[in-house]
Write a protein that binds this ligand. Structure first.
Ligand code: GLN
Length: 312
């Protein structure tokens, strides 16, 4: 069902005003520093982009500047894995919200190495394992997928972030080894982590992200190319899990106040899917205690309210 934004103002003006108010707010939150390279980013950066199914991309602020996509990569890796594995994935990773921090380890032992969902780190590491097993070279395959979806052939991995993640990845290594002990990681843990750190370390802008994910707002098909990226059923499933689990242990509050499938990353980006309309991507590095960008969250909440975009 296409959604008509509930405002008569042109989208560009609405976004300009929103961005002006966002940067005028007192700053709140802290830039992620558990991956030291992420702490070097300019905390005052702030951008928002909206891509519509009609092909319009409206950008404001630093919406064309690349930043570390981090956990937003989990959406792309899940879709790429579903292209290869289809239903096979769902015996190895669940579809329930975890209610726990994104890198929590406690639930995983109780639940015999089956992560609650593909958007917490443990789940994304299982998805990474499927990519490593199914592609002869999973990292270039992942990057080509992003380049194709965004139409931006210059997308690159950020080598400093990659090296920093790899050096400081003990908790992710612990998750992977625990799952390996339960038989839920097939490949070598080191190879799986190499892929996982790689996918998190790609730089993309808000405009790149919004354009790339349009297929999820369009039942699986990229509107500009007409290419089917995933089935209508998988688009439904990915959006459903984004709605319940994409914002970690703040997903319930986000559904309550915004009502859109969404995914955040500790680089400060948040994407939100508006089925039948388009994709919103916002970026500002300082994070709240859940690892979600305070200002990107504020901008998306306000925009969704102004335009009446909730799916509920
Ligand atoms: N690369 C980060 C990690 O593994 C991703 C986490 C995130 O963006 N929430 O910790």
């Amino acid at each position: 069902m296409p959604i008509a934004p509930a405002t008569s103002a042109p989208l560009g003006e609405t976004l300009e005003a929103l961005h002006r108010d966002a940067v005028a707010r007192p700053s709140a939150g802290r830039v992620a520093d558990y991956i030291p390279a992420l702490a070097t980013v300019d905390a005052s950066r702030c951008g928002i982009a909206v891509a519509s199914l009609e092909g319009e991309v409206v950008t404001v602020g630093h919406a064309e500047t690349g930043f570390s996509i981090q956990s937003i990569s989990k959406v792309f890796s899940l879709v790429l894995s579903l292209q290869r594995l289809s239903d096979g994935l769902w015996s190895r990773v669940g579809m329930e919200p975890s209610g726990q921090p994104f890198n929590s380890i406690v639930q995983l032992e109780w639940e015999h190495g089956i992560p609650r969902n593909p958007f917490i780190n443990a789940g994304a590491i299982v998805v990474a394992d499927t990519l490593v097993s199914h592609f002869s070279a999973s990292r270039p395959a992942f990057l080509s997928f992003l380049r194709k979806l965004s139409g931006n052939q210059r997308l690159m991995v950020n080598d400093d972030v990659l090296a920093s993640e790899s050096r400081n990845g003990s908790r992710n290594a612990a998750l992977a080894h625990l799952m390996k002990s339960f038989g839920n990681i097939e490949d070598k843990v080191e190879r799986v982590l190499d892929h996982y750190f790689f996918q998190c370390s790609v730089d993309m802008s808000c405009a790149d992200l919004a354009r790339s994910l349009l297929f999820l707002a369009n039942r699986g098909t990229q509107p500009h190319s007409g290419e089917t990226i995933c089935s209508r059923r998988d688009a439904h499933r990915v959006n459903a899990i984004l709605s319940t689990s994409g914002m970690y242990d703040q997903s319930g509050q986000f559904a309550f106040s915004v009502g859109l499938p969404a995914k955040s990353g500790v680089g400060g980006g948040i994407i939100a899917i508006v089925p039948g309309y388009g994709v919103i991507a916002a970026w500002s590095p300082p994070l709240n205690a859940h690892g979600n960008s305070t200002t990107a969250l504020w901008m998306i909440t306000r925009l969704a309210g102004q335009l009446g975009l909730s799916i509920y």
